[in-house]
Structures are given as C-alpha cells and as structure tokens.
Design a protein around this ligand. Structure first.
Ligand SMILES: [Zn+2]
Ligand SMILES: [Zn+2]
Length: 678
C-alpha cells in the first residue's frame, strides 16, 4: 500500500468514528496521522526495518511505485514523529504487510463507507452526519434525499430552516458533481498511474521486479483529454501510451500491475458511460478507440487496444495503447473537445482558409471525419479502429499546419473561438510557467500555515522566485488563527529583518485581510499603510444575497489599500459553489479601480476560473497568479494557477507576477491614492 492508501484509510477511520459518536479525541488521532502521512517526503516502508541491525547487507528493497532507496521512511523514523502513537504504527505496519486494516474493515462492515460521502455535502459536518446516522439511520446520499423529501428533518432540534435549505442545496450540488472529479482529487491518481507506467519505460529507476523486456515496453506516454486541457473538473482521466513492442503483451503486463493496486478495483464495471457522454461525438467517435471501447463488452474490452476502469465506482480512467505512428494523432483527437474538432472541420470548409492547397488538404481531414459512421458492434469487434490517413503519422503541429492553422496549445482546444482566432492570426502568446517571478499570497505558521516564516522563504528562494509576499490571515479569521494588529506589526518587523538577512529574494510584508460583512477591511488604514501588499478576501458570511455580496466586494475593490482580491468567487471545487456574486460588476469595478484579481492556484479553488479570467482580461483587468501556499509543498500550486491563466487566454503582460519587482512597485505607487474613498 502506498502512503496515500494508508492516509485514506486513516482519514476514513477518523470520519467513521466521529459519525458513530465515539470519542472525538480518538478520531482526531487518525485524522492527524493522515495529515502527517500526506506530508511525508518518502514512502513508508516496512521491509527496511532490519537495516539498522544489519547494515552491511541491507535487505534488497522490493516495492512498487515511487519507492526508491533514496526516499524511504522506515517504521522507526515514522514512530519518532510527534503525533504518531502506538495504535497508528501498528495499523500502518499491518497495512504495509497485509494490504488490509482489520479495524477499518470492521468499521466499514458495520457502517458502510457511503456515510462518509455525506461529509462532502455543504452544511453537513461530522456532528450533523453523526446525528443523521444515529438518530435517523441515514447512511448515504439516497437516504438523505428521501429524508429531505419526506420532511423528516423538519423541526429537529438544532437543525434550523436555513441549515436544511443549505443541506438541500448542498446535496443537489454534490449530485450534479457525481462522476466528475476536481483536480485536487485527480492528482493523486495521476501520480499513482505515472508511477506504474514509469516502471515500463527505459528511464525507470525503480527496483521493481520487472523483466528487462517490460522495462522498455513504453516509449512515452501523456495524459490527454480533460486533464491535458487543464480542466479544473474532469469528467474522466485519459492517457495515451506509445508501445515499443507488442501492444497485447504490454496490455497484459499493465493490467497485471494495475490489478496489484487498489486503483483497479473496478475494472470494466458497467455502467461506465454516464460521465463520458460529453465526449461521444458522432463526429469522431469511429476514429477513436474510446468510441469502440464504450460499446465493447467486458470480454471484448480485454482485446481492444485500451484499458478502462473506474475509480470509486463512478470515475472513468482510459488508457489508450498505440504504436508510434498513431501516438500524436490519438493525442490530437482525444485532447480537443467535440466543439473544437467540429470548428476545425468547419474552418476547413470556410472560404477564408489559406491557399487552395491548404484547403484541399483540409478537406481530406474533413471527409473521413464526417462521413464515416460508427461501425456496428460486430464489425468493430477485434479490429483496430480505422484512422484517417490524413492525421496518421503526423505530429500535432503538422496536423494543424495541414489545416492551415498555427499550433493551438492543448488548453485552448476548448471551443470554436480559438479556431477563429487562430485563423485570423489572433491567437494569444500564452503566459508560461517560466515567466513567473514571484508569489504574492502565502501563509506561515503565524496563522494557519504549517511551516515557519524562514522555511517558507527558503523554499520560495530555492524555487527561483525573485519576490515573495507573506500574507497571513487577519484578526477576523479566528479559525485560521488570524493575526491581530500587534502580532501583525511584530510579523512585519520579522519579515523586514529576514529580508535584510537573506540574499537572492525580496520579501514583501503583507496580509490576507478579511473583507468584513459590510465590505470594510479587517485592519484600519494606519495598519494597512505599513504593509507592502494587501490581499483582500472573503472568508465569512457566504449566505448574503447576490446584491449584498456584490456591494461588499466592490467596496473592498474600491479600497485603495486592497491591491489584490483573493480567490474572488469563493468556490471550493467539488465542495462548494461560488457565493452569489455578480462577477461582471466585480470585473468592471476592478477595471475602474486598477485592482488586481487573483487566480488562486490551490487545486481545490482555482479561483477565478478561466471563463471569468477571460472576461477580466477583456475588461483590461490584470491578474495575479498566487499559490496561497499553507505549506512548502503547496508552492508547487503555481503551476495550476498558470494553467488557469493560460486557459483564460492570458499573456505575460496580463499577469503581474511576471513583472520585475520594480515594475510592480511602480504600478502600486499609482494605485494608492492619498485619501481613501471611505
Ligand atoms: Zn483566503
Ligand atoms: Zn490565503
């Protein structure tokens, strides 16, 4: 079992115990252990326990995944971590040795696992879930729906009308998200699959028991579909794998390896189509193995050149296996949305398409795509899907070239707009990760961050950042241990001292200041004036009306000290929709006041989202791509923020973190008017 498997089990135990009404302290021990395991820098391993006693002949390390002798955490090291007690160590060893946890198995036999799903619904915490479970025997979302419909929940002590309303809406939101996954829940699966595939490439450094032939079986692979377009919420996870040798052989070995993980528990389960409908287009279905697979039965699926399985019952993973010549063509076909592909076909029909040569070539593309009807079930059985000669063997760049278009980056293969823009030579030159110079929103253990000020700064410096803003929470964020004025000023002093002390990175002393219910900021002007940067964010009173929330935000935007509006819509992907807000008005106000809007890179937020980012850009608003890191590892969230910026058509000039510090300072000089407007 991997660290992630183990932490998942511990987190589930913690939730189940609380729902059952056990001692909350006991439950928290498991949750804390899960947090600690998630933050470990190496994989837990039980086989190395003997090394200390027998250092001359260490046990040969045999394990799957990322485990290499360099990043192993032995049980002894694990035991030494504060917060890890005897019970946790014993269960961890049990899981590493047997792949099971008896205590967890007993709990789930008694309670099931679906009851944990209730915790994902807004308005339901462990206390409410526990009451529902114990008093009303509500064990899953269906039970909850029935209870809501029947009015059974009305008039219960401690559950008011407003709460019930929130739960009903939360349940609706939750059900609408079913079958999809937000990025933060996909990343661990991506990692797990990558670890497995890496064992089949020549670069493999793992000591996994894999034969020499298999080790070279995969030439290259890439995640495609929603994930390659950097969707914040994916309908499925797809990847294209180029095989060096026999596709069938590789499929068998891969299946075997996948079966050894918990990941592949529900391979080829039916139904697997619901979340997949969006990609079933009559336009190109016959060209894709995914089209054939969808129709394939369990047995046939084994023989097709793809592997499909579902994770957690409803999330589909498809691995397409192909030869070199089909690799980029498959990548091309699986990356674009139906709308984008359709627009490419239309565009090739259009009068405006390049020269005559380009036009006729483009037709070649159009014809096979449009005219071929899906084959009947029998016909397609055991045949590799036919592919257009036009795209066969070409790189993606060549395919676009033949269509008379420049290369369109994956994240823009979303709609028809890009095709028009490409045709008219208006495709933006998208901002790149390497353009980023600084991060303007991060936390330390002064508020709710996990690392110290110095550790965060050292880490930011190690990543090559030129400037880094410390923006811990303000006083109103009590749950996040927000800083009151005196502590903030003390921190500012320390930031300035550290800045003088540390070479190679400039620190900005700032604060993530709460926007109060009425739109005022959490600190008075004389405090705000001492800060280099203020990120103003909403963390409370989410149930205001749209008009109230919009007014509240605009008041903050108009505050000359508020340089950036943090996570402007407040959405939590897969957990909570954005609060009621007129984003158009927010964008307009930001443009008028030269206030920057944030793209929060946390994979659970990605806020603003790409559609709003594009609107903001059109209105002339500049954006900041920030990590909102609460731990060193989260500094990596910058990449996800950049992905959203790219999906929102942003260029380097639109993103203020690409500016040298001087330019940033000049810009803010102009921002702060001497007399604030309120
Ligand atoms: Zn925040
Ligand atoms: Zn924050």
């Amino acid at each position: 079992m991997t660290n992630r498997d183990i932490s998942t089990v511990f987190r589930a135990i913690g939730g189940l115990l609380q729902i059952r009404g056990d001692d909350a302290f006991r439950a928290r021990i498991y949750e804390r252990a899960a947090d600690i395991i998630d933050e470990l820098t190496g994989e837990l391993d039980v086989s190395n326990q003997n090394i200390r006693n027998d250092e001359k002949t260490p046990k040969m390390h045999v394990a799957y995944g990322r485990n290499t002798p360099q990043n192993i955490i032995t049980i002894e090291q694990f035991r030494a971590i504060p917060g890890i007690g005897k019970a946790i160590v014993a269960k961890t060893v049990e899981m590493l040795e047997t792949g099971r946890c008896r205590f967890y198995d007993e709990l789930t036999t008694e309670m099931g696992t679906e009851v944990l799903e209730l915790l994902a619904i807004r308005g339901i915490g462990v206390k409410t879930a526990g009451r529902f479970y114990r008093e009303l025997d509500i064990r899953n979302t269906e039970d909850l729906q029935v209870a809501l419909n029947s009015g059974q929940l009305k008039g219960r002590k401690g559950i008011g009308r407003k709460t019930l309303q929130m739960i009903a809406e939360g349940l609706q939101f939750h059900m609408a998200q079913k079958g999809t996954r937000p990025l933060w829940r996909i990343l661990p699966i991506v990692q797990q699959i990558s670890d497995i595939l890496a064992q089949f490439t020549t670069q493999s450094t793992t000591a996994a028991p894999i034969d020499e032939l298999s080790k070279r079986a995969i030439k290259r692979y890439e995640f495609t579909g929603d994930f390659r377009r950097h969707e914040e919420v994916c309908h499925s996870l797809e990847l294209v794998v180029e095989c060096s040798g026999e596709i069938d052989m590789l499929r068998e070995s891969l299946l075997e390896r996948l079966s050894q993980t918990k990941l592949l528990g529900e391979r080829f389960e039916t139904p697997m189509t619901p979340s997949f409908e969006h990609s079933q287009s009559a336009l190109y279905l016959p060209l894709l193995c995914r089209g054939n697979i969808l129709k394939a039965t369990r047995e046939e699926a084994h023989t097709a050149s793809a592997i499909q399985f579902s994770v957690d019952r409803d999330f589909l993973v498809s691995i397409y296996l192909c030869a070199a010549a089909e690799y980029e063509a498959t990548l091309f076909l699986t990356t674009a949305t139906d709308e984008h592909l359709a627009a490419l076909c239309d565009s090739s029909d259009s009068e405006e398409t390049g020269g005559r040569e380009a036009q006729s070539e483009a037709k070649m593309f159009t014809l096979p795509v449009l005219s071929q009807k899906p084959k009947s079930h029998q016909e397609s059985n055991h045949q590799s899907p036919s592919r257009s000669e036009f795209i066969h063997g070409n790189t993606e760049t060549e395919i676009y070239q033949k269509l008379g278009l420049p290369y369109i980056p994956p994240e823009l293969r979303q709609d028809a707009d890009t095709v028009t823009a490409a045709r008219e030579g208006r495709l933006p030159s998208l901002v790149e990760f390497g353009d980023m110079r600084g991060d303007l929103h991060a936390h330390t253990d002064w508020s709710d961050g996990r690392n110290t000020l110095r550790d965060m700064v050292e880490a930011a410096k190690a990543q090559g950042l030129e400037y880094f803003a410390i923006t811990d929470h303000s006083v109103s964020s009590t749950v996040a241990n927000g800083l009151h004025q005196q502590r903030l000023l003390e921190q500012v002093k320390q930031v300035r001292e550290l800045d003088a002390d540390i070479e190679g990175i400039t620190l900005l002393a700032g604060s993530e200041v709460d926007i109060r219910k009425d739109g005022r900021l959490d600190f008075p002007e004389e405090i705000l004036a001492q800060l280099d940067i203020v990120v103003a964010s909403v963390h409370s009173h989410f149930s205001l009306t749209e008009a109230e929330m919009t007014r509240r935000m605009i008041r903050a935007i108009e505050n000359p000290f508020a340089k950036i509006i943090g996570h402007p819509t407040g959405r939590l992907l897969g957990r909570r929709p954005m609060y009621p807000l007129n984003v158009d008005e927010i964008i307009e106000a930001a443009a008028e006041n030269n206030t920057v809007l944030e793209i929060n890179g946390s994979p659970s937020r990605l806020d603003l989202g790409p559609e709003f980012v594009r609107k903001a850009k059109r209105a002339g608003v500049r954006l900041a791509v920030n990590t909102d890191a609460h731990a060193i590892a989260q500094l990596a969230h910058r990449q996800y923020g950049v992905n959203v910026a790219r999906r929102g058509w942003l260029t380097k000039a639109d993103v203020i973190n690409t500016y040298p510090l001087e330019k940033l300072r000049d810009m803010w000089e102009g921002f702060v008017t001497p007399t604030p407007r309120y």
